[in-house]
Design a protein around this ligand. Structure first.
Ligand code: PGA
Length: 247
């Protein structure tokens, strides 16, 4: 059985005032059965780690550099994230791929760096709207997986997040059958690339909200969600976590 995972991606949102939202999630009672993760901006990691200490909430970074240290102004390394209290890091988010030109090879190097630092890498993949319209979704997914997963990956250190680019922040989501098709394709495509393909968690991401979470979590091979906007408020994220627990 795969432990379900609700991961919140705060993106470039959040200051000290928002730590209270994380605390509400961290100390929710009863504690959720699903694993819960928040990836705040790096500026909040240490403070959030302090303020949720003793809770089951896990924290992650939103990106890391492929090198552990060096002359890379403005970048943050995987060992630094671990030192700040992170257990996970998102790599290859579509906003990184588009805003910073990250390629599959760079994503793989970042995932490798995450593993070397003892972090779980959440590797993001997903097609653009043009790729879906052209009927290329499954080819794009397979190519991104082949290019982004490093050697040594397995369920203990890797999570895959399927995030259709056109669904992120748009309020639109694929039909359940479309999500099922992609998640099934991912499950088949990681055979050979990871040690234990049946145990790797595959998250769906892109406009997951309290109102559509139950429907999405009922889909085969959906092991949780990567949630952006709806993870910023404890009331919304808490409702999504409850839907995951109930699935
Ligand atoms: P969204 O973002 O939930 O706001 O669509 C998801 C993501 O980009 O991880």
């Amino acid at each position: 059985m795969r432990v379900k995972l609700a991961a919140g991606n705060w993106k470039m949102n959040g200051t000290g005032n928002d730590l209270a939202e994380a605390r509400k999630i961290a100390f929710a009672s009863p504690a959720p059965r699903s694993e819960v993760l928040i990836c705040p901006p790096a500026t909040l990691l240490t403070r959030m780690a302090d303020s949720v200490m003793g809770s089951p909430l896990r924290l992650g970074g939103q990106d890391c550099h492929a090198e552990p240290a060096g002359a890379h102004t403005g970048d943050i390394s995987a060992p630094m994230l671990a030192d700040a209290g992170a257990t996970h890091v998102i790599v290859g988010h579509s906003e990184r791929r588009s805003d910073h030109g990250e390629t599959d090879a760079m994503v793989r190097a970042k995932a490798r760096a995450a593993h070397a630092a003892g972090l779980v890498a959440i590797i993001c993949i997903g097609e653009t709207e043009a790729e879906r319209d052209a009927g290329r979704t499954l080819d794009v997914i397979r190519a991104q997986l082949a290019g982004s997963i490093p050697e040594g990956a397995g369920a203990a250190n890797t999570v895959i997040a399927y995030e259709p680019v056109w669904a992120i922040g748009s309020g639109r989501t694929p039909a359940p059958a479309e999500i099922a098709e992609v998640h099934g394709t991912i499950r088949a495509a990681i055979v050979g690339a990871v040690a234990d393909p049946g145990a790797v968690r595959i998250l769906y991401g892109g406009s997951v909200k309290p109102g559509n979470a139950a429907e999405i979590f009922a889909i085969a091979d959906v092991d949780g969600a990567l949630v952006g906007g709806a993870s910023l408020k404890a009331a919304d994220f808490g409702a999504i976590i409850a839907a995951l627990d109930a699935a």
